[in-house]
Structures are given as structure tokens and as C-alpha cells.
Ligand binder design. Structure first.
Ligand SMILES: [Fe+2]
Ligand SMILES: [Fe+2]
Length: 294
């Protein structure tokens, strides 16, 4: 863990009951069209204790995700020298994240991945997109390496440049040291106009980590889905246009295509894994190496 994280209290490391609490808050913010999901007013009910943990989570995320923090995490994790295991064992490893404190809310991590991939498959999308769905949250193993929740999940945003007030709870960016740093606090900060997202450092979390794990194995469209699936300020709010290049603009439609499968694919009846296993074993073998390095 980083020097920053070592000083944190347990409350600051795990403000949420589970990682799923963040995802549930995202679904409330971006409800599935044509459903009777909670209204925006309900979402803004800050008196709700469940909301308070999410709010605190974002406060920590916005406060501690500095440009330097991101560089430190990239230097550490992108060496991929922590663990190596067969792909199927990696799903068991990820599933250690099962949340005991909150038994009625959620599926285990693998169920979320499988439901995402199965919904993509049912809609007839290419097999690489099915695999993208299956792998997209594997980066959450960061929690198992001791990372605080706010360095694993949460809406991602560019670091090293000005913030957008379309990122949820923007008021907390004022607590980020970069907010007052003249190197970072102009609109473009350390970047050039139109430099392309590939040259932009995003707040650190499970998106960048899984992208880096998969970057030699999936087509470009799938890699965009992985890398930016939590960048809601871009794919839902159309912010940060001045950082994009034409390739990003072309790829945006794929990121948008993926998002509903991530948010709204919970099925009442869980997929029958026994029956599906041979298909997924072939799919994984087609695209991925035998082992994954973390
Ligand atoms: Fe995710
Ligand atoms: Fe997800």
C-alpha cells in the first residue's frame, strides 16, 4: 500500500459496506430508462445513512486521488509482479471479495461478471465483447492487495488538469491538493488540447488495472470499454471534450454500448454455470493466455 494509504484509518480505507454500494449509487444516479427507479430527488436524500457512506466514499476519493497518487499506483501495479494464476483461479480469487456484512444485497463478483457477459451474448454481440463483459471488473482484486475502496471503484476522472462539476460530488475536489497546484489546476493542466485519452492519466482504480492486464488480448473497442467504463463524466455527461482526439470520439459509442450491460444486467434467475462452462472455457482459451498476472 502507498505511503498515503498507510496513514488512513479503517473508516477511511473502507467507507462503504461493500464495493457494490458504489455501483448501486451509480444505478440510482443513472436509472435504467423506462423503469420506476428512484427519482433524482430520492437520490439527493442526504439524510439517508446509506447515502452518507457513499458521500464519504466520494469525499475520500476526490481528496486523495491526486496526480502523484496515480503515478505511484501505476508504478507499483503495472509491473504485474504481485501474483500469477490461471484465469479460472483468478475468478475464485476475485470472489474473495464477497461481502458478508450485507447478505441480502448482492451477487458475488463472478455472478455480476457472468450476468454482464451473458446479457451481451444474448443480444448477439461479438465474442470479444462477451469476454470483455466477463473480465471487466477483475481489477477489483486491487482491494485484495490492500487498496482502499476509493482507489478501486468510484467514477473515474482525469487527474493533472481542471475538474468538472459533472463528476458526482464535485465540491470535494476542493480538498484535493492538486486543486491549488498551478501545474494542475488550469483547464488543460499538464495536457495539450486534443491530446487523446490515451495520454491522460485517469484516477486510479479497477478500470485502468484491467485495461492494462488485457491490452494485448482484446480488440481496441473492448479495451475502451474496460478502460473507461467508470468514466461517467465522459460517456454519460459528455465532459472533457478538449482532451479527446478523433479516435476517442469514434470509440465513445462502444463505451456507451457497454455501460447498460454493466449497470442493468441483473437477471432474476442466475445463469446456469454448469451448462455455460464449456462455452466460456473455449472463449477464454481463444483470447487469453493460460495465466493472468496481477
Ligand atoms: Fe466496474
Ligand atoms: Fe461491473
Amino acid at each position: 500500500m502507498s505511503s498515503t494509504a498507510k496513514k488512513l484509518t479503517e473508516q477511511e480505507i473502507n467507507p462503504l459496506k461493500s464495493l457494490d454500494e458504489w455501483e448501486e449509487a451509480v444505478i440510482e444516479r443513472y436509472p435504467e430508462p423506462d423503469t420506476t427507479a428512484k427519482s433524482k430527488d430520492e437520490y439527493r436524500n442526504y439524510a439517508d445513512p446509506a447515502r452518507d457512506t457513499v458521500r464519504e466514499f466520494y469525499r475520500l476519493n476526490h481528496t486523495y486521488q491526486t496526480y502523484d497518487f496515480v503515478q505511484e499506483k501505476k508504478t507499483d501495479y503495472l509491473r504485474f509482479n504481485k501474483k500469477e494464476m490461471p484465469v479460472w483461479q483468478a475468478f475464485d480469487f476475485l470472489n474473495q471479495l464477497v461481502d458478508d456484512s450485507d447478505p441480502d444485497t448482492d451477487l458475488d463478483q463472478f455472478q455480476h461478471l457472468l450476468q454482464t457477459s451473458e446479457t451481451i451474448r444474448a443480444d448477439g454481440h461479438p465474442d470479444w465483447m462477451v469476454l470483455t463483459g466477463l473480465m471487466h471488473d477483475m481489477g477489483k482484486v486491487l482491494c485484495l492487495f490492500g487498496e482502499p475502496q476509493w482507489a478501486v471503484v468510484g467514477d473515474t476522472f482525469p487527474v493533472g488538469c481542471g475538474y468538472s462539476d459533472k463528476v458526482v460530488y464535485p465540491e470535494y475536489f476542493k480538498d484535493n491538493p492538486d486543486y491549488n497546484n498551478p501545474r494542475f489546476n488550469t483547464t488543460l493542466g499538464v495536457y495539450e488540447k486534443g491530446c487523446g485519452l490515451g495520454n491522460v492519466h485517469m484516477s486510479w482504480g479497477h478500470d485502468e488495472y484491467i485495461y492494462q492486464m488485457m491490452k494485448d488480448h482484446l480488440p481496441e473497442e473492448g479495451l475502451y470499454m474496460l478502460r473507461y467504463h467508470s468514466f461517467y463524466a465522459w460517456h454519460r455527461e459528455s465532459e472533457f471534450d478538449y482532451l479527446l482526439d478523433d479516435h476517442d470520439r469514434e470509440m465513445l459509442k462502444w463505451v456507451k454500448l457497454f455501460n447498460p450491460y454493466d449497470l442493468y444486467s441483473k437477471t432474476p434467475v442466475p445463469p446456469d454455470w454448469k451448462q455455460l462452462k464449456p462455452y466460456y472455457e473455449d472463449l477464454v482459451a481463444k483470447y487469453l493466455p493460460a495465466t493472468i498476472r496481477f
